[in-house]
Structure formats: C-alpha cells, structure tokens
Ligand binder design. Structure first.
Ligand code: HEM
Length: 75
C-alpha cells in the first residue's frame, strides 16, 4: 500500500512520486536505521543480527515500492 499510494492507482490519482525519489528516501532511511542500530546499546551479538534483519526488511519493502511503480510511462 505504501508503494501504491505514491502512484496514481491509490490515494490521490493526481499524485505520482517518481521512483528515483522513492529509492532515494528508502536509501536514506536504511542508512539512518543502520546508524541508530550501530549507536544502540545492544551487545556485540545483537547489534549485527538486528542490522542484518532490518536490512532484509528494507530490501523487501524496496521491492514492494518498485513493483507498484507503474512509472506512468515516464521512462
Ligand atoms: C521511503 C519512502 C516513503 C515512505 C515509507 C512513505 C510513506 C508514506 C505513507 C505511509 C503514506 C500514506 C499516508 C496516509 O495513509 O495518509 C504516504 C503518502 C504520500 N507520500 Fe510518501 N513515503 C515515502 C516517500 C515519499 C516521497 C519521496 C514523496 C515525495 C517526494 C512522498 C510523498 C507522499 C505524498 C504526496 C503522499 C500522499 C499521496 C496521496 O494521498 O495520494 N512520499 N507516504
């Protein structure tokens, strides 16, 4: 739904956020999340496990964003 809401197929049909900006924000969020986890008080086993788990989640979310992008014929 988060992927679709940024296309004309859900929410406001006049709003279409370009994929390049969706990807840019996903990349920034991924970096902010990793930084927060690196700085977290978790122990040395939990920290890398948590970073890897969130990294997988971000890639799955990124796939959803990409697969719902219809690009409105802009490419
Ligand atoms: C990581 C990327 C992003 C996430 C997780 C995200 C998240 C969301 C969510 C959850 C909604 C729905 C809010 C609701 O139900 O009321 C939404 C809507 C919206 N987002 Fe994003 N967003 C992202 C990227 C962007 C970018 C890059 C832009 C613009 C530069 C943007 C502009 C908008 C707009 C205009 C809406 C309203 C769409 C409509 O009502 O049809 N979003 N976003």
């Amino acid at each position: 739904m988060v992927g679709r809401i940024h296309t004309t197929t859900a929410g406001n049909s006049e709003i279409s956020v370009p994929l390049i900006q969706m990807n840019a924000l996903m990349g920034l969020l991924s970096d902010v999340l990793a930084d927060a986890l690196i700085e977290s008080p978790f122990d040395s086993t939990t920290t890398p496990k948590t970073i890897r788990a969130f990294n997988k989640l971000m890639w799955i979310q990124n796939d959803f964003v990409n697969r719902h992008d219809v690009d409105e014929g802009q490419q």
